[in-house]
Design a binder for this molecule. Structure first.
Ligand SMILES: *[C@@H]1O[C@H](CO)[C@@H](O)[C@H](O)[C@H]1NC(C)=O
Ligand SMILES: *[C@@H]1O[C@H](CO)[C@@H](O)[C@H](O)[C@H]1NC(C)=O
Ligand SMILES: *[C@@H]1O[C@H](CO)[C@@H](O)[C@H](O)[C@H]1NC(C)=O
Length: 322
C-alpha cells in the first residue's frame, strides 16, 4: 500500500529539485531559454511560447523582452523586483487584463509595449508611477474604455499608440497632462460622434493639430467623418453621464480578482510539478509535507518491524537457552 505513494513522493521530490535547478538557468549559455547580454543588462525572452515569466530575471536588468509569447496573465508582483527596467515589451501575447499595481516599481521605465494583446480595460492608476515613460504602446487591443486620468502622470510621454481598439469615447481631460506628446494614433476606433462627450476629443484635436501628429486620422464609427470635423449638431445627444466612462466595467474587474486569487493559492513546488507533468489538477498528488510524513511514517514502520522482530528473536534465543 505504501509503495505507490512512496514512489510518487520520491518522484515529486526529485523532480522539484530538478526543476528548481532548471529554473535557475535563465540564459541560453547556462541552459536556459532567454538570450542575455550581461554587459548591457538586457534579457531577451521573446518568441519562446512562454506561458509564465521566467523566474530569476536579474534585479539589475534594464531591458526585458517578453514579446511574442503566450502570456495570458501576470502576477501582481511580476516586475516588483525589476525597478531598474527602462524597457519592457509584452507585445504579441494574450493578456486579457492587467493586475492592479503591476508596474508600480518601474519608475525608470521609458518604453512600455502592451500592443497586440486582448486587453478590454485598464485598471485605474495603472501607469501612475511611470513618470519617465516616453512611449506607450496600447494599439491592437480590445480597449472599450479608458479610466479617468489614466495618463495624468505621463508628463514625459512623446508617443502614444491607441489605434485599433474599441473606444467609442475617452474621459474628459484624458490627454490634458501630455504636454510633451508629439504623436498620438487614434484611428480604427469606433468613435461615437453622436454624443456630446466626443466634443472634448474634437476640441483637443483641433487645438493640437500641427503639434501632435496623426490625431486628425480619428474617424467617427458612422459616416466616415473625421472627429475633427464634427459639429455641435452632430454631437447633440446626451449619451452617458461623464462618470460612466470612468468606471471599470464589472465584467472585467471580476477576472482580475480571479487571476489574483489563482496565483496566490497555488503552492510553488506543486505548481512546478504540475507544469512539469502537464497536470491540471493538483489535488491528486501528495504535497511535499505529506510526502515527508509518509516517508517518515514508512521508515518508522520499517524500524518498528525490525525492532519487533529483533525482540522476538531475542525472546526465542532466551527461551532456547533456558
Ligand atoms: C532611476 O534612474 C536614476 C537615474 O539614472 C537613478 O539614480 C535611480 O537610482 C533609478 N531608480 C531605480 C529604482 O533604479
Ligand atoms: C506646439 O509646440 C510648440 C513647440 O513645442 C509649443 O511652443 C506650443 O505651445 C505648442 N502649441 C500647442 C497648442 O500645444
Ligand atoms: C464624477 O466623478 C467626479 C470625480 O470622480 C466627482 O467629483 C463628481 O461629483 C462625479 N459626478 C457625478 C455626476 O457623479
Amino acid at each position: 500500500m505504501m509503495g505507490p505513494v512512496l514512489a510518487a513522493c520520491l518522484l515529486i521530490i526529485l523532480s522539484t529539485a530538478w526543476i528548481s535547478q532548471a529554473n535557475e538557468a535563465l540564459c541560453k549559455k547556462d541552459g536556459g531559454v532567454c538570450s542575455c547580454n550581461n554587459n548591457k543588462n538586457s534579457v531577451d525572452c521573446s518568441y519562446k511560447k512562454l506561458t509564465a515569466i521566467p523566474s530569476n530575471i536579474p534585479a539589475d536588468t534594464k531591458k526585458l523582452e517578453l514579446g511574442y509569447n503566450k502570456l495570458s496573465k501576470l502576477s501582481p508582483k511580476a516586475f516588483h523586483h525589476l525597478s531598474k527596467l527602462t524597457y519592457l515589451s509584452l507585445d504579441y501575447n494574450q493578456l486579457q487584463a492587467l493586475p492592479i499595481g503591476v508596474f508600480d516599481q518601474l519608475v525608470n521605465l521609458t518604453d512600455l509595449r502592451l500592443n497586440r494583446n486582448q486587453l478590454t480595460s485598464l485598471p485605474s492608476g495603472i501607469f501612475d508611477k511611470l513618470t519617465k515613460l516616453t512611449i506607450l504602446w496600447l494599439n491592437v487591443n480590445k480597449l472599450q474604455s479608458l479610466p479617468h486620468g489614466v495618463f495624468d502622470k505621463l508628463t514625459e510621454l512623446k508617443t502614444l499608440y491607441l489605434q485599433n481598439n474599441q473606444l467609442p469615447r475617452v474621459p474628459e481631460g484624458v490627454f490634458d497632462s501630455l504636454l510633451n506628446l508629439n504623436t498620438l494614433d487614434l484611428d480604427t476606433n469606433p468613435w461615437d460622434c453622436s454624443c456630446r462627450d466626443i466634443l472634448y476629443l474634437r476640441n483637443w484635436i483641433r487645438e493640437k493639430q500641427g503639434n501632435v501628429s496623426n490625431i486628425e486620422a480619428a474617424e467617427c464609427a458612422v459616416g466616415n467623418k473625421a472627429v475633427l470635423d464634427i459639429t455641435e449638431k452632430d454631437a447633440a445627444s446626451d449619451c452617458v453621464s461623464p462618470n460612466t466612462t470612468t468606471a471599470i466595467p464589472t465584467s472585467t474587474t471580476t477576472p482580475a480578482s480571479v487571476i489574483y486569487d489563482d496565483i496566490h493559492e497555488i503552492k510553488v513546488p506543486q505548481e512546478n510539478f504540475q507544469k512539469f507533468l502537464g497536470y491540471q489538477e493538483p489535488d491528486h498528488l501528495p504535497t511535499q509535507p505529506q510526502c515527508l510524513m509518509s516517508i517518515s511514517g514508512y521508515l518508522g514502520l520499517m524500524m518498528s518491524l525490525m525492532l519487533t522482530s529483533a525482540a522476538i528473536l531475542y525472546v526465542f534465543h532466551f527461551l532456547k537457552k533456558a
